[in-house]
Design a binder for this molecule. Structure first.
Ligand code: PMP
Length: 370
């Protein structure tokens, strides 16, 4: 839970866990039973897993058999990138998550336009020039900018060249409708904790007939695709949050009202504020800004001292405060990319949080600019 004296605006890094998920998981943790055991306790654990699989499949409109539970989207992405590396050319979006870009070897980057949308002409050139069939991975909703890629359109292109197509839909799930069967993708990655589920839980959704090489070998769990005793409580928590996310899908666009207030205030605060990806389709909760001449770590720490949590670029690289590879791919200079900040809201965000952010931001910028 977010502490009372804090304003949490970093949902794209992780969302506060939903109280129903905590309740559900703590009940399950009292239950003993390996889901592979055939006695009653084992069968009960199996039932819990299959119910969660149903819920996750409902969220993306696929068959439960197409859902493989993993330890998170990093694992789902690595399974594919590592698995297909020896057999296919790996083409991945230059703005993809590090678990994709660094998930395999010899990846070739697909450029994006300055608004963050995939450069389809460049993708077609890449697809055309290679001899080996491709494995293409394009992030559906970017974690730093919130930019939404036209996945269906891209899939048509990839399929013309017999490519396999994967999308990381971690930041799309629960935010925009997902219908796996009509997206034209072979694989889709999910993570529970961006929706208010537990950390360390993810899924890989697979088209029938695709058998990606395994990453983890051993027992026959998850239809022999992913060995290891299942995280029953975690899977249950994922199932609960998948149901909540689906039920609340229509409410998510309401966060746009907050985003508009934030972006108006940001632009008013300093002439050098740029909202990244502003003219592309974006999810309602994410603002990515650069403000050249200001260091993102200074901005982040100043906000932190005011009790406000945001992120500098993506959380995964924020320990080192490097220039954002996403913003650089969108044409930002090194110094712009080092000033990148991400503000992301979610299910527990209130108008009071937004008011407090705007007040603190205005104060900080006035102080730093002088
Ligand atoms: N992909 C995207 C787009 C993400 O935002 C994240 C989380 N930073 C991941 C993958 C990794 O997910 P997980 O934390 O479940 O490994």
């Amino acid at each position: 839970m977010v502490k009372n004296d804090r304003i949490y605006l970093d949902y794209n890094a992780t969302a506060p866990i939903h109280p129903d998920v905590i309740d559900g998981m703590s009940k399950i943790m009292h239950h003993v039973g390996n889901p592979s055991s055939i006695h009653q306790e084992g069968r009960e654990s199996r039932k819990i897993i299959e119910q969660a699989r149903q819920n996750v499949s409902d969220l993306v409109g696929c068959h439960p058999k197409q859902v493989i539970f993993t330890s998170g989207a990093t694992e789902s992405n690595n399974m594919l990138l590592k698995g297909y590396a020896p057999h296919r050319r790996l083409l991945v979006s230059a703005t993809d998550h590090p678990s994709v870009i660094y998930g395999g070897v010899d990846v070739e980057l697909i450029p994006v336009h300055t608004n963050g949308l995939t450069d389809l002409g460049a993708l077609e050139d890449l697809l055309r020039k290679g001899k080996a069939p491709s494995f293409v991975s394009i992030i559906m909703v970017n974690n730093e900018t919130g930019v939404i890629q036209p996945i269906k359109e891209i899939s048509i292109l990839v399929k013309q060249y017999d490519g396999l197509f994967h999308t990381d839909a971690v930041q799309a799930a629960g935010r925009i409708p997902l219908h796996f069967p009509s997206m034209g993708v072979d694989f889709l990655s999910l993570s529970a904790h961006k929706m208010g589920g537990p950390q360390g839980m993810g899924a890989l959704i697979m088209q029938n007939g695709t058998n990606p090489p395994k990453l983890i070998h051993g027992g026959g769990q998850e239809r022999r695709q992913r060995a290891g005793t299942e995280n029953v409580a975690g899977i249950h928590g994922f199932g609960i949050v998948a149901e909540i996310a689906l039920d609340n899908l229509d409410n998510f666009p309401k966060l746009e009202a907050y985003r508009t207030q934030i972006e108006t205030a940001l632009k008013t605060s300093h002439p050098k504020v740029i909202i990244n990806g502003e003219d592309a389709p974006r999810v309602a909760n994410t603002t990515s800004l650069t403000i050249e001449g200001f260091d993102s770590s200074t901005l982040l720490m100043s906000l932190d001292l005011e009790g406000i949590s945001v992120s500098a670029g993506s959380a995964c690289s924020s320990g080192s405060m490097q220039a954002s590879h996403v913003l650089k791919a969108m044409g930002a200079t090194d110094s712009q990319a080092k000033s990148g900040l991400r503000i992301s809201s979610g299910w527990a965000t209130t108008q009071g949080d937004i008011d407090a952010f705007i007040k603190s931001w205005t104060k900080i910028i006035q102080r730093l600019a002088n």
